[in-house]
Design a protein around this ligand. Sequence first.
Ligand code: FEO
Length: 164
Amino acid sequence: MLNPKMEMELNKQINEELYSAYLYQSMAAYFAANNLNGFAKWMDVQAAEEVNHARKFYHFIIDRMGRVVLEAIEKPPLEWDSPLAAMEAALKHEQHVTGRIHFLVDLAREVKDKATEVMLNWFVMEQVEEEASVDEYVQMLKMFGGKPQGLMMINREMGKREDD
Ligand code: FEO
């Protein structure tokens, strides 16, 4: 049985992950509208990955005989000032998600829920990867994104991302 507070916060995490998917899908649409199809592809794959994160929490709650409760998903922004601004917003969002995952780990320890703690280990490491991959593009954009050729190079690179 899940501790009620743990169950509530795991449910909240489903919403956080689905909002992440919504945010990145909106970023994909923003990039597509600006003819940056490589950026759009990268964000499209990222959005699908976030849905999978939400599904991991969903199945975990059910496996623990908890009750999944789906709440409304917040509307994401439609536009960003530049590709760099969008990628910086993505990085900031990932940092927020990392904070949420760490909070969940602390809560699992507090309520002595070993299974949740072990399940969350995967997410702790996933967040390291998520932040690093977004930060790599933020740094590239800062270095080369100011020039059309630089932006096109990054666009080509991002377009190589494979579907998960
Ligand atoms: Fe599911 Fe990008 O954190």
